[in-house]
Design a binder for this molecule. Structure first.
Ligand SMILES: *Cc1c(COP(=O)(O)O)cnc(C)c1O
Length: 387
């Protein structure tokens, strides 16, 4: 048996005709920049997230970048974030000449730890920290209630990196969102999404969106994504070309109605794995730690963009699974504070939980169309490895 990490072909079986029709609709419309598909998707995503405004952009990375640009983050400013994420979270800070400041992660959720954040904020006596970027890693929200309390106390804007978490819900903050809890992206000043094909809502190429509840901030984002121009050729700000392609918007509108059913399938697959790992004895033997859902209640939704195990002998297990035709990946092998591009900024930095996670975790296939037989095979192989 062959089990890929992600199988986009499997969803093409039922989506291809609609995707082709959507692309063709854009081609025939001759509206190749902005236009009704982009505006339609912006409304639909904003509504889905329980946020007021959606601003389509070229990628998740650019969503984060224009959010920071719209906050006027300048060279030399500090931005507080997690040391354990995809590179883009830190890359956008560095591109603006700003300095990433880290707080270590919680070992169960792998998300930034509010207690560690407070330790960092207390020491920031010169008030160099100008913004906070929590990441909802793997599809589960960071602990936003204490994070928002800190942000309010220190008067700092929060930009949620929700690239992996569209539709995830956090139970701890009151809101009028459709799911009782607060949806990822709707809790801070702004939330940033990616439509990279491997995310739960993936385009047929690059795309992203910023959502916000704040009208003024939305207006600034809209300027920023289009060279700061309003009206055309009158430039209030220096922005860039960060626009969302209408072909991507049209394709994403085909997929959006499926999103909640895909989340549900991923979550069911996670429960199947958890059960199989428990029964296998691997959990009791402490070879494997299954992912924890750190919040409880109905309003808690983990969308399982990734299913992450913490394991013994991680690198050998990865090689073994790859040799057994089972897709797996390490997200991420090098924590952000150890990236070579940081140069002198990395000197003396140490975040033990992020480093341990980078050395001991592995992602298994979790996509919606994965079958129970495939999951059984994956677990059997892992049992064989430790046996
Ligand atoms: C995917 C991702 C991004 C970047 O999104 P792109 O659309 O690939 O630019 C940013 N942050 C996190 C946490 C991501 O997973």
């Amino acid at each position: 048996m062959k089990v890929p990490l992600l199988d986009l072909q499997a969803q093409l079986e039922y989506l291809e005709d609609d995707l082709q029709a959507a692309v063709s609709r854009v081609v025939k419309s001759t509206r190749y920049i902005q236009g009704p598909e982009v505006e339609g998707l912006e409304k639909e995503i904003a509504e889905y997230c329980g946020a007021g405004y959606g601003v389509g952009v070229s990628s998740g990375t650019d969503a984060l970048l224009i959010a920071l640009m719209s906050l006027d983050i300048q060279a030399g400013d500090h931005v507080l974030t997690t040391p354990y994420s995809f590179f883009a979270t830190m890359g956008v800070i560095l591109r603006l000449g700003a300095v990433p400041i880290f707080a270590d992660i919680d070992p169960v959720s792998y998300n930034i730890d509010p207690v560690k954040m407070e330790e960092v904020l207390v020491k920031d006596t010169e008030k160099k920290i100008k913004a906070i970027i929590p990441v909802h890693l793997y599809g589960q929200c960071a602990d936003m209630q204490p994070i928002m309390e800190l942000a309010n106390r220190y008067d700092l804007p929060v930009i949620e990196d929700a690239a992996q978490a569209i539709g995830a819900s956090y139970p701890g903050l009151a809101s009028d969102s459709p799911v009782g809890g607060s949806r990822a992206g709707s809790m801070g000043l702004a939330g940033c999404f990616s439509f990279f094909p491997s995310k739960n809502l993936g385009g047929i190429g690059d795309g992203g969106m910023v959502v916000t509840q704040n009208k003024e901030f939305a207006e600034k984002l809209i300027l920023m994504r289009n060279h700061g121009a309003h009206p055309k050729y009158f430039h209030k700000l220096v922005g860039g070309n960060f626009r969302l392609d209408p072909i991507q918007a049209a394709a994403l509108r085909v997929k959006l109605p499926y999103l909640d059913s895909w989340h549900k399938k991923r979550s069911e697959n996670a429960a199947v794995y958890n059960d199989l790992f428990q029964k296998s004895g691997l959990v009791t033997q402490q070879n494997v730690v299954v992912p924890g859902e750190v919040y409880s209640g109905e309003a808690n939704v983990h969308i399982y963009n990734q299913y992450i195990l913490r394991v013994k002998k991680r690198d050998q297990l990865r090689d073994f699974l790859q040799n057994s035709d089972i897709g797996c990946e390490i997200y991420y092998p090098v924590p952000l504070h150890k990236q070579e591009c940081l140069g002198d900024l990395a000197a003396g930095l140490s975040y033990p939980e992020a480093e341990l996670a980078a050395d001991t975790t592995i992602a298994l296939p979790i996509y919606p169309e994965l079958t129970n037989e495939m999951q059984q095979y994956v677990v059997e192989k892992i049992v064989q490895f430790y046996g």
